[in-house]
Write a protein that binds this ligand. Structure first.
Ligand code: UDP
Length: 336
């Protein structure tokens, strides 16, 4: 029995692939390398000492996807092949809806055809929207999305709930990620956005290695202790481990299970910058600039449900996250 991992060469997909292999699961990865590199697959093998089957393809290619299901004994699916750049999604909504929503529908339809009904969905804290008070809890109503990216998460959550309503042999986990940063401790896997990074940690790392001059801290006048936005950053390896626990849950019984994957602790942008400098000894020049449109002042998870029901708790500190993000860059530079 294998777990199909779409987008398994990407940032979160590759870290989850490692944890699945470490947990003794067989996996099949598909990826089209649209936002990742083939070397990642070798690095997953290097870290785990394990092999897996790989298909280079778009996950939404129905014909090829059917072949994957025919050639392998797949019993569950994790989908990391979604587009994830919030800003880009506002400029390319059609591309985002096609890839994230239509692609997911092709995947669900194919799963149904091959009678595979266990699915772990990479959702996001963005589904809570500006309406909900913090900390966010899973039983709060879904809010308003601030971007097409966020809408794709809300839509797919709803689609999965409807699928389960129609056929309760499905077992679905909706994992609402907070802000994953960090890298595998080996330095062999990490986040490598193309072009100028949009997210905080990839930007900090580029400033620290001198590729970018300074970090713009988007807004210093929020109603927070230091005036900068607060987020719930969690280590990507902790996040990856949450997927294994969620999969175990799906194997216990059918249903739709919703979990926040966060630490439950909020840090400001300046907390992250200062912790990064302390953990790495690198300087990160920054300047407070205008607020970024669409940013909420503060949000973090109530992370108690995942702990109670999955036995999952984020273990790594903000310092670990900063150190490992930097270590990945050092190792990548050394390996050319
Ligand atoms: N941020 C920043 N400068 C940057 C990128 C991000 O000040 O160059 C801030 C952003 O305003 C937010 C936090 O860092 O408060 C996290 O942003 P990110 O884009 O990483 O994640 P988001 O929470 O928006 O999904």
């Amino acid at each position: 029995m294998s777990v199909l991992v779409t987008g398994g060469a990407g940032y979160i997909g590759s870290h989850t692939a490692v944890e699945l292999l470490n947990a003794g699961k067989d996996i099949v990865i598909i990826d089209d390398f649209s936002n990742s590199k083939p070397e990642v697959l070798e690095n997953i093998k290097k870290i785990t000492g394990k092999d897996f089957k790989f298909y280079e393809m778009d996950y939404a290619d129905r014909e090829k996807l059917e072949k994957v299901f025919e050639e392998n004994n797949i019993d569950s699916v994790m989908n990391f092949a979604g587009f994830k750049a919030v800003g880009e999604s506002t400029k390319k909504p059609i591309e985002y809806y096609i890839n994230n929503v239509s692609g997911a529908l092709v995947l669900f339809d194919t799963m149904r055809k091959y009678n595979v009904k266990k699915f772990v969905f990479s959702s996001s804290a963005t589904v809570y929207g500006p309406e909900n008070p913090i900390p966010y809890k899973e039983d709060m109503p879904v809010g308003t999305a601030s971007s097409p990216y966020g809408s794709t998460k809300i839509f797919i959550e709803q689609i999965l709930k409807d699928i389960y309503k129609a056929d309760n042999e499905w077992s679905v986990a909706l994992l609402r990620y907070f802000n994953p940063i960090g890298s595998h401790e080996s330095g062999l896997l990490g986040e490598e956005p193309q072009g100028i990074p949009n997210n905080l940690m990839p930007y900090i790392v580029r400033v620290a290695c001198g590729q970018l001059k300074e970090l713009s801290v988007f807004g210093g006048d929020y109603d927070t202790p230091d005036g900068t936005c607060i987020r719930d950053y969690l280590h990507v390896v902790d996040l990856a481990k949450g997927h294994i626990k969620a999969l175990d849950k799906l194997n216990e019984g059918n249903g739709v299970y919703i979990y926040n994957l966060g630490t439950g602790v909020g840090y400001s942008v300046l907390d992250v910058v200062n912790t990064f400098m302390k953990a790495t000894g690198k300087d990160v020049p920054y300047r407070i600039t205008e607020r970024r449109a669409g940013d909420l002042p503060a949000f973090y998870a109530d992370a108690t449900k995942a702990e109670k029901e999955l036995g999952w708790k984020a273990e790594k500190s903000l310092e670990d996250m900063c150190r490992d993000s930097w270590h990945y860059i050092e190792v990548s530079r050394k390996n050319g």
